[in-house]
Design a binder for this molecule. Structure first.
Ligand SMILES: Cc1ncc(COP(=O)(O)O)c(C=O)c1O
Length: 288
């Protein structure tokens, strides 16, 4: 199916913008809005479609038949890619970090395999070098970097800027994994200040990605990563639950939970002037 037809028929684009309310925001005289990219699609949600769109368009245009990418055992990116490939008629290969894993290691891997993705489990050292196993035929494939990182993905993020053009947000905030979404926003929105919340301890990687892509970074915060080995710290998990109760918007502790936690903290610390309108990008991450 052609990508435009797919978007029209299956995706909720442009994504909605909802205002959320809180005593804290009233006290500080600011307004907070959420760009609901999480509602774009139940599976290809959040920044996933934004980042994959251009790769898929190029693949269709050049008649590539095969999409190859990399990720960990719980990769939102590979999960979305597996589904998109099935729907749009591509073969897909996921190169997965960890040769101790199998497609039965978790439900997401099983689901990806059921959608037709060829799962290749590779050792951590091979994964680090981003080697593609020799038996994979790459001749008619598009190879997409881990997390969708790259220039094509940045182009897809530009669509967010188009969707909000004409609306007056002084501040935009998003979580940072590979930094693609954040850098895409930095590149495409001239007037707003772009705030990125690191979710991993990878500031240096983001800086070198920014240099590689030729995009100057703006404000990046490393105060909300939480401890390295506790994937789901209790304070953050509680915050996500309270947030959902209050705003009826689901968030999770890996990406969007950290962003909203950080946003509340920054508001509390008077980072934003009274009268500011802040847009938080809900990048999805809730697998269904
Ligand atoms: C739900 C979610 N939010 C945010 C991110 C981080 O996005 P980026 O890699 O573009 O920084 C990811 C990872 O791709 C993600 O899965």
């Amino acid at each position: 199916m052609d990508i435009l037809q797919f978007e029209k028929q299956f995706l909720r684009l442009p994504s909605a913008i909802d205002e959320i309310h809180d005593e804290l925001f009233d006290q500080k005289g600011i307004r907070v809005f959420v760009k609901r990219d999480d509602l774009i699609h139940p599976i290809i949600s959040g920044n996933k479609w934004r980042k994959l769109r251009e790769y898929i368009q190029i693949a269709q245009f050049n008649e590539h038949k095969h999409l190859i990418s990399f990720g960990g055992a719980y990769s939102n990116h590979l999960y979305a890619l597996a589904f998109a490939a099935k729907e749009l008629g591509f073969a897909a290969t996921g190169i997965i970090r960890g040769d101790e894993l199998t497609s039965r290691s978790n439900l997401y891997l099983s689901q990806m395999e059921a959608w037709g993705m060829d799962l290749q489990f590779v050792s951590r050292s091979s994964y680090q070098k981003k080697e593609i196993p020799q038996e994979i035929n790459t001749s008619n494939a598009i190879i997409i970097a881990e997390g969708g990182y790259g220039k094509m993905a940045i182009k897809g993020i530009f669509n967010i800027a188009l969707e909000i053009s004409g609306q007056n947000f002084e501040h935009i905030i998003c979580p940072i994994g590979t930094g693609t979404t954040y850098l895409g926003l930095c590149e495409s929105l001239e007037k707003a200040a772009i705030h990125g919340i690191l979710t991993l301890n990878n500031f240096q990687e983001i800086e070198s990605n920014a240099v590689e892509l030729g995009i100057p970074t703006q404000q990046i915060y490393d105060a909300y990563i939480f401890v390295k080995y506790a994937r789901q710290p209790e304070e953050l998990v509680n915050f996500c639950q309270l947030f959902e109760q209050k705003h009826q918007i689901k968030i999770e502790p890996i990406y969007t939970g950290k962003m909203f936690y950080g946003l509340y903290d920054l508001i509390q610390k008077d980072k934003f002037k009274p009268g500011s309108n802040i847009l938080a990008l809900h990048t999805g991450g809730i697998k269904s």
